[in-house]
Design a protein. Structure first.
Length: 255
């Protein structure tokens, strides 16, 4: 394992900006000024493996755990040193429940499961004001990636202004008002019949923009800062997320 500790006056999004256009880069961003439960942000790029199934993820994480070097005490407080970063969509439930009816055609042409593996990442400790470049040294490219991340954090301040963003002129939904109303009535019927006890009804909104995805994300984190924000650049598509909570927390004591 290779470690480089550093101090910087740059904010997390400033450090990530040179990586934002890199395919398969990620920024797990705790940007809330009141981050009581999550005082770390993580960023990186240069994924060594892409996975689109739960089985692939489980196999790779098991492999990593078997060859993972001993974690030094100086890093024991950091919750993420490398591994898998990505998302599991609602439609992935069919990997566990194959008897369910075929999923509806998604308006987004993206896989229900998508993860990338990283063995070299940057961890920012907002509580103590320092950061670490951490390499698990699992691949032949680890040394090169480690040095590339060192260049990024030591480079001069990027003063390139972010492009101005204008409000979208037109936003469209995948559902009409009547279709959405019928979904609510059907959900209430299923609750009455005892088929379900909770449901998350949603619909998709669309608009068009020529602004860079990361510039849009920077506006999102400014307007809606949260403990669990994320920018995931998967090449052909990007995920921009702002969440005030996490669903699962795993530590040495369990889930």
């Amino acid at each position: 394992m290779k470690i480089f500790e550093f101090h910087t006056q740059k904010k997390g999004d400033e450090l990530f900006k040179p990586l934002a256009k890199e395919p398969f880069s990620f920024f797990l961003d705790s940007c809330s000024t009141d981050a009581r439960n999550n005082s770390f942000s993580f960023l990186g790029a240069f994924s060594y493996k892409i996975m689109t199934s739960i089985h692939e993820i489980e196999s790779e994480l098991k492999r990593i755990s078997e060859i993972l070097p001993t974690v030094p005490p100086t890093l024991s407080h950091i919750p993420f040193l490398g591994g898998a970063v990505g998302y599991i969509g609602y439609d992935a439930v069919r990997e566990w429940e194959p008897h369910l009816s075929p999923h509806k055609e998604s308006p987004f042409q993206i896989p229900p499961v998508y993860f990338c593996c990283y063995d070299t990442v940057i961890a920012l400790d907002h509580k103590h004001g320092n950061g670490f470049i951490i390499s698990l040294e699992l691949t032949p490219q680890s040394k090169e990636n480690f040095e590339e991340l060192k260049k990024i954090i030591s480079s001069s301040q990027d003063n390139t202004p972010s492009p101005s963003l204008t409000s979208p002129n037109h936003i469209r939904s995948t559902l009409t008002f009547e279709e959405y109303r019928q979904m609510i009535l059907q959900a209430k019927h299923y609750i009455d019949e005892g088929e379900i006890y909770q449901v998350n009804l949603s619909h998709s909104l669309f608009t068009e923009s020529d602004a860079p995805p990361f510039a849009i994300y920077q506006r999102l984190r400014l307007k809606n800062a949260a403990e669990y924000c994320a920018f995931l650049n998967f090449g052909n598509f990007q995920i921009l997320s702002s969440s005030p909570e996490r669903f699962l927390h795993i530590n040495n004591e369990g889930i």
